[in-house]
Design a protein around this ligand. Structure first.
Ligand code: GLA
Length: 425
């Protein structure tokens, strides 16, 4: 009897998923829009009314997300970043938005966003000041600010870490997690803490972070350049042994915003950022002007199969599996239903490269056959066997991305309803 009880308890414990912040949120990587990379701390609304941090900017982005096909694809968070607040707290010590740029207040903005089926994110900073010099959340204000955000109807908080010590951060980040939970409002909690402590253990306690935050910035800010994207990719995949196991439903590494649609990336580089962020199971937070985005950038960001892969319910982060001397790199992300995604990435700067390999060389199990779909072109290769050699042509600083489904499984799944599990673009 006693043994049975122990076995039963063990079975329950072992069946539990990896422990994450149990607020039930962000079971897949959050998707939406975040102001910072594209609009920074532009508070010059007098001369630059359409590009400044004001309620109008967020309302217009909410309109675009709701009307231009983004929302249905899963992009639902409209996130404010720094420089939204007035320079002083009010008489009761509460944060207040800048009255000229947010005359209706954040509650009204949240209502506007919610009315369109979207969610609103806001920015705070654990410290004396935000990075942009606006009022920060010192330890004595943590509870009050959590309450204010909840009362306004905020759905996500990015808590930055400028102007605080390591000690204050070690106190403040868990304290904010408790304060947000205490409000009773579901609020996705995005922590910049690791980025301020070098992003790696032992200085960063990722076990704790997984328990208190839904996502976390590990590394430097993204800028509008390919160099910046590459430096982020390098850091994340160099440290994949540490970072890859951390991710899962409710807990995500955040390599920062998507800059697709801006000025720094070529077409190929834009496709590469999207593919690599998807392999990393990264949050997809666009930071671009959705009022003027070009169709080519929009098409990359709205690729259905890409988003399905990014949002895979298992939430397993992918890894770099090969670094060739030819400057080709291969990345693999395991997906649900025994499917997987492969990215072939070229760091070359000469011409399209013909890369020949086989699934055997990439570590796939022998004797299997796959249905393969090219994520960008939509082309299908049927019945690719593990041992078959194949060639992909990868453009300089570009990718080829594949979605692979084992064939036997595909047939089994097709049988009852007749509908193919292989998504079509
Ligand atoms: C830090 C963050 C950025 C942005 C700015 C705002 O640099 O890492 O993402 O929020 O602050 O000032």
């Amino acid at each position: 009897m006693g043994v049975l009880v122990v076995v039963a308890v063990l079975a329950v414990v072992l069946a539990l998923p990896a422990r994450g912040l149990e607020n039930g949120l962000a079971r897949t990587p959050p998707m939406g829009w975040l102001a910072w990379e594209r609009f920074r701390c532009n508070v010059n609304c007098r001369e630059d009314p359409h590009q400044c941090i004001s309620e109008m900017l967020f309302m217009e982005m909410a309109d675009r997300i709701a009307e231009d096909g983004w929302r249905e694809l899963g992009y639902k968070y409209i996130n404010i970043d720094d420089c939204w607040a007035a320079k002083q707290r009010d008489a009761e010590g509460r944060l207040v938005p800048d009255p000229e740029r947010f005359p209706r207040g954040i509650k009204a903005l949240a209502d506007y966003v919610h009315a369109r089926g979207l969610k609103l994110g806001i920015y705070g900073d654990l410290g004396r000041l935000t990075c942009g010099g606006y009022p920060g959340t010192t330890l004595d204000h943590v509870g009050q600010d959590a309450q204010t955000f909840a009362e306004w109807g905020v759905d996500m908080l990015k808590l930055d870490g400028c102007y605080s010590s390591a000690k204050e951060q070690a106190q403040g980040y868990p304290q904010m997690a408790r304060a947000l939970n205490a409000t009773g409002r579901p609020i996705v909690y995005s922590c910049s803490w690791p980025a301020y402590q070098g992003g790696l253990p032992p200085k960063v306690n990722y076990t704790l972070l997984g328990e208190i935050c839904n996502m976390w910035r590990n590394y430097d800010d993204i800028q509008d350049s390919w160099d910046s994207v590459l430096s982020i990719v390098d850091w994340f995949f160099t440290n994949q042994d540490v970072l890859q196991p951390l991710a899962g439903p409710g807990r995500w590494n955040d390599p920062d915003m998507l800059i697709i649609g801006n000025f720094g990336l070529s077409y190929e580089q834009s496709r590469s950022q999207m593919a690599l962020w998807t392999i990393m199971a990264a949050p997809l937070l666009m930071s671009t002007d959705l009022r003027t985005i070009l169709p080519s950038a929009k098409k990359i960001l709205q690729n259905r199969l890409m988003i399905q892969i990014n949002q895979d319910p298992l939430g397993i982060q992918g890894r770099r599996i090969i670094k060739e001397e030819s400057h080709i790199e291969v990345f693999l992300r395991p997906l649900s239903q025994a499917a997987s995604a492969l990215v072939f990435f070229s760091r070359r700067t000469d011409m399209p490269f013909r890369y020949t390999t086989s699934l055997t060389k990439l570590g796939f199990p022998e004797g299997a056959a796959y249905e393969v779909q090219d994520v960008y072109s939509g082309k299908i290769i049927s019945g690719l066997k593990t041992g078959d050699n194949f060639t992909v042509i990868i453009n300089p600083s570009g990718v080829v991305m594949w979605y692979l489904c084992p064939k036997a499984l595909l047939i089994q799944q097709q049988a009852p309803g007749g509908a193919s599990r292989l998504p079509l673009l």
